[in-house]
Design a protein around this ligand. Structure first.
Ligand code: C2E
Ligand code: MG
Ligand code: MG
Length: 254
């Protein structure tokens, strides 16, 4: 598998799609999450959950993640210049990549080569990644924060959700997992969970971003609860670079 993935990288088969992140009160695009795609010969896509897990298991994620970071920083930097906008780029970091000794070097290279502002770079890690080796993780999070980057806890609510750790992690944002958003506003349990996550995050001084927002009823409820940011099909699917650029063009003309 490692060899297959390495070949795919050397033949330039991987792509990055960009999903808009919007400011919920205004609906304007304030960022993008970079999501890796691997097209199949038949013209479909290999499921990211599967090939990312395989890359993680084989250790190839370190190289793939480095490529995603560098390619996405270069792309977003070009958009920032072209549209004179200040939007942030969010990149997912998997466990192996997060704890790899080369991480800071790889990030520094991406930033310096593109003269990218580190305050516009956000990293997403899941609770299990952060918790797996908590003391080391906290050290790495602190280094990233010292360099001006921000940190989000991805898929919040599906992992350990340890409150003891939550208060110790130097993070900026919680991303509410899409499984809690899906049945809003019909499911009263999900309403209670989402309301409680938002209140807790705010009490801890964290911002909140909802994932998987597909309907305006979901967006309305989240906005009323004070959720700051959202992403989901309602605002835009993950898009190839040319389509994301067209979206930016549209919104900068509006
Ligand atoms: P994630 O970081 O939680 O990304 C959000 C996932 O939700 C994406 O799935 C996205 O396509 C999907 N999504 C966005 N809006 C909606 C919506 O409105 N409804 C629904 N049902 N789904 C929505 P995707 O692209 O399949 O990626 C799956 C996971 O693979 C990501 O979850 C992330 O953990 C991982 N991944 C993707 N690219 C990378 C990468 O470059 N590096 C690492 N380490 N992981 C990655
Ligand atoms: Mg993510
Ligand atoms: Mg997520």
């Amino acid at each position: 598998m490692h060899q297959r993935l390495a070949n795919a990288l050397s033949y330039n088969e991987f792509k990055i799609f960009y999903q808009p992140v919007v400011d919920l009160p205004t609906g304007s695009i304030v960022g993008a999450e970079a999501l890796c795609r691997w097209p199949t010969r038949e013209g479909n896509f290999n499921p990211p959950e599967t090939f990312i897990t395989q890359a993680e298991t084989s250790g190839f994620i370190v190289q793939l993640g480095d490529w995603v970071l560098k390619t996405a920083v270069e792309q977003v930097r070009a958009w920032q210049e072209r549209f004179t906008i200040d939007f942030h780029l969010a990149v997912n970091l998997s466990g192996r990549q997060f704890l790899h000794h080369n991480l800071m070097k790889s990030i520094e290279e991406a930033i310096q080569k593109n003269r990218y502002e580190s305050r516009l770079l956000e990293f997403e890690i899941t609770e299990s990644v952060a918790m797996h080796n908590a003391e080391d993780s906290i050290g790495i999070m602190r280094q990233l924060k010292t360099r001006g980057m921000s940190l989000a806890l991805d898929d919040f609510g599906t992992g350990y959700s340890s409150l003891a750790y939550l208060k110790r992690f130097p993070i900026d944002k919680l991303k509410i997992d899409k499984t809690f958003v899906r049945d809003i506003p019909e499911d009263s349990n999900d309403l209670a969970i989402v309301t409680a996550i938002i209140a807790m995050a705010h009490a801890l001084g964290l911002k909140v971003q909802a994932e998987g927002v597909e309907t305006s009823a979901q967006a309305d409820f989240l906005r009323d609860c004070g959720c700051e940011f959202a992403q989901g099909y309602l605002f835009g699917r993950p898009l190839p670079p040319d389509e994301f650029e067209a979206l930016l063009e549209q919104s900068s003309a509006a």
